[in-house]
Design a protein around this ligand. Structure first.
Ligand code: NAG
Ligand code: NAG
Length: 250
């Protein structure tokens, strides 16, 4: 599943490769620069380069989740990421890894206890550091998606970085994960989670345009792509008009 985007890109490159400048770049780098994307004719499928004029606010979706909760992983991998690949220019996603964790101030440093134990705390911390240190969501989200879709979330950080953010140093992420920076960032996630109104009583907990209701939650978990297309008030992107696009996702 984590090769979905790359496979699509590779196919695209192969099928359109007989004109214009030579496309002889490795597939994993195709979307990393405009030049490579154009040479390989994949610019339309690189989310980073596929911006249209925005006439309306993007549909915002906030996901409060835990790195190892099965329902969270399922939503992130099968709904949120594929929908974002198609609709990134009309969506604004905020990820808050923390969920049902708890924190305690132990002589000035925060200690966290996670629903699925220590590995989950580590997964939450890695993903929090990725979101902060990679800055660009177009880099961090594919890495998080890759981790969440793998058998073991935390063991796959290095491989996922190599695949989706090859310029990022593993050591940089690790130092955030084990240091004060990660500790502060996770405390911030705790504050964001504790400030939810209504308070969350399960995970994944989804906010759409800043609001949580049972109806929005159910719709997001069952038909996110259609929901985002419908809620966007500007001119619909082509993916929303193409009846086949949604079925290609899953
Ligand atoms: C996306 O959401 C964040 C907060 O959730 C907000 O700060 C930012 O302005 C939003 N971006 C757009 C383009 O609406
Ligand atoms: C955490 O505990 C330390 C001392 O144990 C204290 O100085 C500090 O104010 C506490 N911080 C918060 C936010 O409660």
């Amino acid at each position: 599943m984590h090769c979905w985007l790359l496979a699509a890109l590779a196919l695209w490159a192969v099928s359109g490769g007989d004109s214009l400048p030579a496309c002889n770049y490795p597939p994993k780098l195709l979307c990393s620069s405009w030049k490579m994307a154009v040479a390989c004719q994949v610019e339309k499928v690189c989310p980073k380069f596929y911006h249209r004029p925005q006439a309306a606010n993007p549909v915002s979706l906030s996901l409060y989740y835990e790195s190892l909760c099965p329902g969270c992983r399922n939503f992130l991998v099968t709904q949120l990421f594929p929908t974002w690949v198609m609709l990134s220019d009309i969506m604004n996603i905020t990820l808050v890894p923390y969920g049902n964790a708890q924190e305690k101030n132990v002589s000035g440093k925060w200690q966290f206890k996670c629903q699925h134990g220590e590995p989950e705390c580590k997964g939450n911390m890695i993903e929090t550091c990725l979101l902060y240190q990679l800055k660009d969501f177009f880099q961090s989200f594919p890495v998080i998606f890759c981790m969440e879709s793998a058998g073991s979330v935390v063991e796959n950080l290095e491989a996922c970085l190599q695949l989706y953010a090859p310029t990022v140093q593993l050591a940089e992420i690790k130092s955030c994960v084990t240091g004060d920076l990660g500790n502060k960032l996770m405390h911030h996630n705790a504050q964001l989670t504790d400030a939810l109104s209504p308070p969350h009583n399960y995970v994944p907990w989804i906010l759409v345009n800043g609001k949580h209701t049972d109806a929005l939650q159910t719709r997001a978990q069952t038909a996110l792509f259609r929901m985002v297309c419908e809620m966007y008030t500007g001119e619909k992107p082509d993916a929303c008009k193409d009846a086949g696009a949604e079925s290609q996702l899953l």
